[in-house]
Design a protein around this ligand. Structure first.
Ligand SMILES: C[S@@+](CC[C@H](N)C(=O)[O-])C[C@H]1O[C@@H](n2cnc3c(N)ncnc32)[C@H](O)[C@@H]1O
Length: 267
């Protein structure tokens, strides 16, 4: 994916240079001028843009291949994906869902705390990968959304294993019971990510994982910083710096979906 993103920026740069040079040449031609050197630069830009376009199409071909290789989601999950799309409800990317599922299975994660339930897509994904006795506590103050989530948990036969806490995370976390979670999954308000990390780390077991979604924040984080950036973007940038240098975590941000942070608690 990073190849594709780099190629996208390169392509945009080259095309804007081509357009600027073409405009210059048109004005020169109108005056009866023109230079071989400018045409050589234009040809060079076009060659570079064409090679970026090739990487772009290779990148989207890879994604198409992987989508087909993984196959269609099972009917209940597909219904949930379609409902989220219809109601414009945010949910993790399918590649992030696969990453979560495999991680939960590998860790035999029986105790998971989630911040941000929405319609329950990520919670359901993790519940299905947990051992039989596994439990999830998921927090979201939006009762209309959690009612839908609960109905899907019931239909999937996992409702008795998932406790939904319908309050703002920052009201709940200071009163959280000590459970030594295997995984904390953070996917609620971006401006509050730093507080979520501070308040949940004491409840994560040693060698447990904190997993954080949206650390590339829909391509807004990696572009040059500007005073006009939204507060959510500034918060994610600050969070990323703190997350990657946290003294209690061995952490990385992976280019999966919208950017997934993964940090193992080392002490
Ligand atoms: C990105 S969505 C979660 C998507 C979900 N993890 C999934 O993939 O299916 C973020 C959710 O955070 C919830 N939220 C908003 N404010 C919150 C708060 N203060 N505490 C916890 N959750 C909050 C929103 O209602 C929204 O449903």
């Amino acid at each position: 994916m990073s190849d594709v993103r780099d190629a996208g920026h390169e392509l945009a740069n080259q095309l804007s240079t081509v357009l600027a040079l073409a405009d210059l040449e048109r004005r020169r031609a109108e005056r009866g001028g023109g230079e071989a050197e400018t045409f050589a630069t234009i040809a060079d830009c076009v060659r570079k843009a064409a090679s970026s376009a090739d990487v772009l199409s290779a990148g989207s071909r890879d994604l198409r291949y992987l989508r087909a290789a993984h196959g269609e989601s099972e009917p209940l999950i597909k219904e949930l994906e379609e409902l989220c799309a219809r109601d414009d409800i945010p949910l993790i990317d399918p590649s992030t869902a696969r990453f979560l599922s495999v991680t939960v299975s590998a860790m035999l994660a029986s105790s998971i705390l989630e911040l941000g339930t929405a319609y329950g897509y990520s919670a359901l994904t993790m519940a299905r990968a947990q051992p039989e006795a596994g439990r999830i506590w998921t927090i979201d103050p939006d009762r209309e959304r959690t009612a839908i989530a609960r109905s899907f948990f019931e239909r999937a036969g996992v409702a008795d294993r998932i406790e939904i806490i319908e309050q703002p995370a920052l009201d709940v976390l200071p009163k959280l019971a000590q459970r030594q979670y295997d995984i904390v999954f953070i996917d609620a308000l971006k401006e509050e990510y730093a507080d979520y990390l501070r308040l949940t780390l004491p409840h994560l077991k040693r060698c447990g994982l904190v997993i954080v979604d949206n650390l590339l924040w829909h391509h807004r984080v990696a572009v040059p910083e500007a005073d006009t950036d939204e507060e959510s973007t500034k918060s994610i940038r600050r969070f990323n710096r703190a997350f990657l240098s946290h003294p209690d975590l061995n952490s990385a941000i992976l280019p999966i979906g919208d950017g997934v942070g993964i940090g193992a608690k080392t002490r």
